[in-house]
Structures are given as structure tokens and as C-alpha cells.
Design a protein around this ligand. Structure first.
Ligand SMILES: NC(=O)c1ccc[n+]([C@@H]2O[C@H](COP(=O)([O-])OP(=O)(O)OC[C@H]3O[C@@H](n4cnc5c(N)ncnc54)[C@H](O)[C@@H]3O)[C@@H](O)[C@H]2O)c1
Ligand SMILES: [Zn+2]
Ligand SMILES: [Zn+2]
Length: 379
């Protein structure tokens, strides 16, 4: 089959690889019809992780079941399914509690596993014609009869819609709250969208890319362009000097100033400044235990100079981590089915798999208008 592999920094290739097989009786095989490129892929693409050459990338996958193992009970050949980016077993102590982003079974010795991802187990990704899904009964989200018609929406259930939602839940967003979201990439836009759905009274989104900020405004958020003026001052002005009730980090450790210089503690310390005393912060932008290539000495060891004094004095609370996709994907699917959510508003490109190398390059350079790419491996 054809697949997108990592071949070194800023080098992905479409090559022929062996078709995946049913390896365990609980596996299912899915023919992939939509698979997104994610901001998380860019950390790997830029050579900032230790993903090995030859690995198939892709963790935002949707398709049709073409084969099932003999112990698969619920899922049938022909089902249209969306696959959470994190792979869970369904029976470990974390999965049982809905914390499927920290499954203890699938990648033994660590908490959490994912398709085509650095440090998340040995699994191949779905930017390919076919994908092997472990524990298929648990991991497949079945899609309703409008699966094909709303495929652009449903494929966002693999990661960014639940992840944006998770950011707001980590921040304990309540109806009527104000919330500031750093980052207007796909994850930040989904956090803003989730906050609107949950009845936030004021949603502020910070970025410097005008095309992304425009999408934030389209869904009713207030855009703050940090290239024009200090984002902290802008947020304080918008909140009468009090700061927002809640805040979300949707950028990660490669956050930078608008000139492009990486400052790994920038968004975290801005959040401490712009969240009102006793407020809550949700961090879904990825921070890593080490990045030897970071220009920042602390970050080489996975650390940042965090404004702990103000965090404590303000009595702030914080939650972080991978989204537990399965904790939300069923309900978010039902919102899409009922026409109450349309997360595909941020999709900019639908491309054949062969165009993945160019798509990676353009998305990585945040070229104007490249907000979210869906690859179509079987068209
Ligand atoms: N926790 C999870 O489960 C999970 C899931 C998916 C993605 N992620 C992570 O979320 C992050 C965002 O993903 P994405 O797909 O939206 O990526 P993206 O890279 O497309 O978007 C990031 C945005 O942040 C902006 N930005 C950079 N520095 C900034 C700053 N100082 N202030 C404000 N904005 C700034 C960039 O301009 C860009 O638009 C990544 O770190 C990704 O790995 C986490
Ligand atoms: Zn993703
Ligand atoms: Zn588990």
C-alpha cells in the first residue's frame, strides 16, 4: 500500500510499504478514506522528536472496516469508523475511568499510546491506505448514516475537536465564563469552538496569523493579534483589568514570539498573567520531557522558567496532558449528527496522499490559508 513515512527532518515521503495484517484476534483493519495532518505531526516533521525514519505517520484517521479479528464482537466489516488518536485497551485502570490517553496496556511500560507518533508505542500511522487498529471493539467510534456526507466533520473527532474540548474541561469552563485561548491553530480554534458551544460569554483567541484569527472571529471569538500589540495588555483591556476566568494553552513548547524566536515559557507565563485570581488553566499544547535541539537551555531538559510565584499568589489551578478522546468523542459525534456542531469550518485542503510532502511543507510554514489538511489515500 501507499503510505507517508518520516524520512528525516522536513522530509516526508510517499512510498510503498507492506499492507498491515490482523496480528491479534482483537484487531480490525480499516481502509482509510480521510486522514489529517496535525500540528503534532509538525513537531516530528521538524526533527524535534526521536521518531525513527521509515515510520508511517498519521493519527487522525477515519475509514471503513475491511477485516476483523475473530475476537471482535461489536464492529462489523463495512462499518464507517473514526479512530481516536490514542489507542486504549478498555480494561486497564486508566481506560476503565475514561482516561484513555494514559492507557497502561497498549504500550507496556508507559502511560499512553498513539498511531504514528514519537514515544507513544511502535504503532504505524494512518496516512496510508490501510490501518491496523488494536482492540477494535474499544477503539472504533461507529459513525451514523451521514458518515460520508459529513466526513470532513467526523474526521475531526479523531483528535482536534475532542482535544479542544478537553482544553476547556481541564480549565473547568462554566457557562458565562470568559476564556483566553493561546494559539489559533486547529487545536486552539477547536477549543474556542468548544467554549462557544458550552456557553462562554467571552472567548479571546491569541495568534499572529490573520487567516486563523479570521476563522476565530467567524465563530464569534475576539481575535487578539500579538504581532500588533502585547497580547497580555490586550486581554487585560478586554476584561477591565481583571483577566479571564479561564485560559487554555494550545501552542506547546515550540511557542515563539511573533518574530519566530522560540521562547518555551512564553504562553504559560502569559496565561498566569491573563487568568484572574482563582482561575483555571488547561494545557493541551504539547510539552516534552526533553528536546536536545531546543535553543533554550532549560527546555533541552524539558523544563521552563515558570512564573510559580504569581501562579501561587493568584491561587490558580492547572490541568494538562493528552486528550482522553474517548471521554468525549461519542457526544461530539452526536452534536455533529444533529447539526449542532460543524468542526469542518477550519478545513482548507483535501488532497491525495501523493501531495503529502507539499502539504506538510505548507502547513509547517503556516502559509496563509493552510489551516487544516485532509489527505485522501484511497481516491
Ligand atoms: N494534548 C493533546 O492531546 C493534543 C492533541 C493534538 C495536538 N496537540 C498539540 O496542540 C498544539 C497545537 O496544535 P495545532 O494543530 O493547533 O498546531 P499549529 O502548530 O498549527 O498551531 C499552533 C498555533 O500557535 C500559534 N502560536 C505560536 N506561538 C504563539 C504564541 N506565543 N502565542 C499565541 N499563539 C502562538 C502559531 O502561530 C500557530 O497558529 C501542538 O503542540 C500539538 O502537538 C495536543
Ligand atoms: Zn493530531
Ligand atoms: Zn488501557
Amino acid at each position: 500500500m501507499k503510505a507517508v513515512i518520516y524520512n528525516g527532518p522536513r522530509d516526508v515521503r510517499v512510498v510503498d510499504v507492506a499492507d498491515p495484517q490482523i496480528e491479534q484476534p482483537t484487531d480490525v483493519l480499516v481502509k482509510i478514506t480521510s486522514t489529517n495532518i496535525c500540528g503534532s505531526d509538525l513537531h516530528m516533521y521538524e526533527g524535534r522528536t526521536d521518531i525513527e525514519c521509515g515510520r508511517v505517520l498519521g493519527h487522525e484517521n477515519l475509514g471503513e472496516v475491511v477485516e476483523i479479528g475473530r475476537a471482535v464482537y461489536r464492529i462489523k466489516v463495512g462499518d464507517k469508523v473514526c479512530l481516536p488518536f490514542n489507542i486504549g485497551c478498555g480494561f486497564c485502570r486508566n481506560c476503565e475511568k475514561g482516561l484513555t490517553g494514559a492507557c497502561l496496556t497498549v504500550a507496556p511500560g508507559q502511560a499512553g499510546a498513539a498511531y504514528g507518533f514519537a514515544d507513544m508505542g511502535p504503532f504505524q500511522g494512518g496516512q496510508a491506505q490501510y490501518l491496523r487498529v488494536p482492540f477494535g471493539d474499544f477503539n472504533c467510534l461507529k459513525l451514523p448514516e451521514d458518515a460520508a456526507e459529513k466526513e470532513d466533520d467526523y474526521v475531526m473527532l479523531a483528535d482536534i475537536f475532542p482535544t479542544g474540548w478537553h482544553a476547556t474541561r481541564l480549565a473547568n469552563l462554566m457557562p458565562g465564563d470568559s476564556i483566553a485561548i493561546y494559539g489559533a491553530g486547529p487545536v486552539g480554534l477547536m477549543a474556542a469552538y468548544s467554549a462557544m458551544i458550552q456557553g462562554a460569554r467571552q472567548v479571546i483567541v491569541v495568534d499572529r496569523h490573520k487567516d486563523r484569527l479570521k476563522l476565530a472571529e467567524q465563530i464569534g471569538a475576539i481575535a487578539v493579534n500579538d504581532a500588533e500589540h502585547d497580547p497580555v495588555e490586550q486581554i487585560m483591556e478586554l476584561t477591565n483589568g481583571r483577566g479571564t476566568d479561564k485560559g487554555c494553552e494550545c501552542v506547546g513548547w515550540q511557542c515563539h514570539d511573533h518574530g519566530g524566536q522560540e521562547i518555551p515559557n512564553l504562553t504559560m507565563n502569559n496565561l498566569v498573567k491573563t487568568t484572574r485570581a482563582t482561575g483555571q488553566i488547561g494545557v493541551v499544547g504539547v510539552f516534552v520531557p526533553q528536546d536536545p535541539k531546543s535553543p533554550d537551555d532549560l527546555m533541552k531538559r524539558g523544563q521552563i522558567a515558570f512564573d510559580m510565584g504569581n501562579f501561587f499568589f493568584k491561587g490558580l489551578r492547572m490541568g494538562s496532558g493528552q486528550a482522553n478522546v474517548k471521554a468525549y468523542n461519542r457526544e461530539l459525534r452526536d452534536l455533529i449528527h444533529a447539526d449542532r456542531a460543524k468542526p469542518s469550518f477550519l478545513v482548507s485542503h483535501r488532497l491525495p496522499l501523493e501531495q503529502a510532502p507539499d502539504a506538510y511543507k505548507n502547513f509547517d510554514n503556516r502559509i496563509d490559508g493552510w489551516t487544516k489538511v485532509i489527505l485522501k489515500p484511497n481516491e
